[in-house]
Design a protein around this ligand. Structure first.
Ligand SMILES: [Zn+2]
Length: 133
């Protein structure tokens, strides 16, 4: 199985993971639309979001909600936008994107960031998550 998100979930591919539990994990998108752009995935490999078992589907969105406020605080954005397309990597994922206005949630704005910038952002998000729980 060469799915990159499965490899990240198993710790076999590098990613800035900011949060994880037994079922899900969240990590920085390698090409963020805005700094702090997270991907939230189930550990289980399911291609299409709406094929997820209900036992995972509901909790996945509950985790998105739990991550949103710490992400907003860490980035200082106005709101956290949510997007699902599913054509990039065939493993269900929710984009959580810090945004400050309309039309920012645009995949054409995605761009690679410096590794040091990504690492610093991941640390800020982890810190915000730690101060919530
Ligand atoms: Zn996968």
């Amino acid at each position: 199985m060469s799915c990159v998100f499965c490899r990240i979930a198993r710790g076999e591919a590098p990613a800035h993971v900011v949060w994880q539990d037994d079922l899900f994990l969240a990590f920085l998108d390698v090409q963020p639309i805005n700094p702090g752009h997270l991907l939230l995935i189930p550990r289980e490999h399911v291609d299409y979001l709406f094929d997820l078992d209900d036992a995972l589907y509901g909790p996945l969105f509950a985790r998105a909600k739990e991550l949103a406020e710490p992400l907003r605080r860490a980035t200082g954005c106005g709101r956290v936008g949510v997007a699902v397309e599913g054509y990039g990597v065939p493993h269900a994922h929710i984009h959580l994107v810090p945004i400050n206005g309309r039309l920012e949630l645009d995949p054409n704005r995605a761009a690679f960031r410096e590794e040091s910038e990504q690492a610093e952002m991941a640390a800020r998000i982890r810190e915000a998550l730690a101060s919530t729980s």
